[in-house]
Design a protein around this ligand. Structure first.
Ligand SMILES: [Zn+2]
Length: 92
């Protein structure tokens, strides 16, 4: 299964470059080729300045093939976003 990161880019294995993963737990996926585990938890910082607000302490999960689209971007004030089980986030 392919996974997307917050920038809508396919997550690729840092070891072998594959984009075929299986879910391990709530926030980790594992490369089907070399078993490298990737943490899919995204910890937001104030470095980004887009328009949907996620405040400190927010814990957002996108799961089960949910396709979430956000118009106008994302404003991050902290919190976490977890994308798993085929969910994806599209911004813009
Ligand atoms: Zn790999």
């Amino acid at each position: 299964m392919e996974y997307l990161n917050i920038n809508k880019q396919k997550i690729v294995c840092p070891q072998c470059g594959s984009n075929d993963f299986k879910a391990i737990d709530k926030s980790h996926i594992e490369c089907r080729h070399c078993a490298t585990q990737v943490d899919t938890t995204i910890i937001f910082t104030d470095d980004t300045n887009q328009n949907m607000k996620i405040n400190d302490g927010a814990d957002v999960e996108i799961t089960n093939n949910a396709k979430v689209k956000i118009k106008g971007g994302l404003e991050i004030k902290g919190g976490t976003l977890i994308i798993k089980d085929g969910g994806s986030l599209e911004i813009g």
